[in-house]
Ligand binder design. Sequence first.
Ligand code: NAD
Length: 508
Amino acid sequence: MTTASPAAGISPEFIDQIRAKLARTTVGHYIDNQWTEGARGETFETLDPSTNRVLSRVWRGHAEDIDRAAKAAHAAFQKWGYGKAKDRKKYLLKIASLIEKHGDELAIIECLDAGQALKIVRAQIARTAENFSFYAEYAEKAMDGRTYPVDHEWLNYSLRVPVGPCGIITPWNAPMMLSTWRIAPALATGNTVILKPAEWSPLTAWKLAQIFEEADLPPGVFNVVQGFGEEAGAPLVTHPLVPLITLTGETTTGSIVMKAAADQLKRLSLELGGKSPAVIFADADLDRALDATVFQIYSFNGERCTANSRALIEESIFDEFTGRLAARAAKVKVGSPLDPDTEVGPLIHPEHRDRVLGYIEIGKQEGAKLLVGGKRVGSEGNYVSPALFTGENHMRIAQEEIFGPVLTAIPFKNEADALAKANDVKYGLASYLWTSDVTRAHRMALALEAGMTWINSHNVRHLPTPFGGIKFSGTHREGGEHSFEFYTELKLIAVPLGSHAIPKFGKG
Ligand code: NAD
């Protein structure tokens, strides 16, 4: 394991300053452009996953704080929602440039708080800024509609209007990137926002709120309430002034939130768990398939919704390919998130580390063969070495989302067997296909039960293209213009061009 060493281009003094600032701060809620302690005066600790020592304290939000934020967002919406698109564009572009300006600080905070490797986080900063610059360009055209001329008698037309205050609830694995790609389209289209970050990695939301403050966004347009799911998330989901909720998290949470939102028929977008397959045929470019499969399971510490956590491998190459996977997994660099060479950092929290290690034991008990890894690394923090099992698709380690650096390799006989195994899970987020047979690639891609399929590629995200899952992995698509279907209402306005006949009821 590599130990902490200065991040490339970032001085150790700068990192120490950030640590010291976090240690002396109690992170507040940001409501109506005010920093606030929270109604009940309770706090919680956020831990450094590399040591499990306290990084910072955070005010613990409850229904009263959500209520204040919802009222502020509702009041702000009356102006922001009816304001000028070019002003919204200007604010979003300003935020994008401020994210770049504060990029090093954001990166260090994300590494310290979420345990993600700097190598990964640096790319996330660029993507976070891009979320705003990309959606800024849409601000002036996102509300366009269509005209529907009805002969020469009617002119019907549609246009889009914002929905109102949006509740955005995010997970701990990539908090900055995942929150901003909801915040940006919501704001671009005239909505206001209440963000509820995950309790295990709340700190970049705090820095983000400071950036919004620096951008001088009008009060109430962007609000953050920190806290736990049941205490701050749940009242956000049921608050009557918040008509729209987007949640990224576990499938079980999605189901709870869907039930809670049902009474008020809220608009919901759920981005949930995954157990995505990489299907590798013998005729594939196996060197590239190897690079991609290793990256797509172990990057983000395996805490990645689109991870290919199942490698379905054609029987004829199974032993050779799993041998190559094991050799690569054994060499993945586990270490401090701040070390620029680190590929896998510590898992987010001791509870999650123990859950992942628990799955290693479950896999062994089920009869799967652990080829490499799956052990705690070092005596402090939540480091786990990248694990590779060979097993069968019915096993729990192949069916349940582990959300850690654990790959299960499973042999298949032929295309039909590969497809059956790929689809035989409750999830349907992503899939990855490796073959040089073009016809088979398209045939299989069509039949795979997944919201997204990459052929001969790992997950390369392109903002305009849709993102989301099917089955237990989610309910919607966001990304590009697809986000506007969620963050706006499509209105129809109908205008008669003459005196059309109106039925005359009540005239006897
Ligand atoms: P989680 O479901 O435990 O928590 C997600 C968020 O929901 C947190 O902010 C939490 O506080 C909140 N929450 C929990 N209970 C709630 C309730 N009753 N009401 C309202 N809010 C509540 O998920 P996690 O452990 O933070 O994140 C990991 C999960 O997220 C994995 O399953 C992963 O696959 C998924 N994920 C999905 C995507 C995607 O795009 N599909 C992306 C990243 C992560």
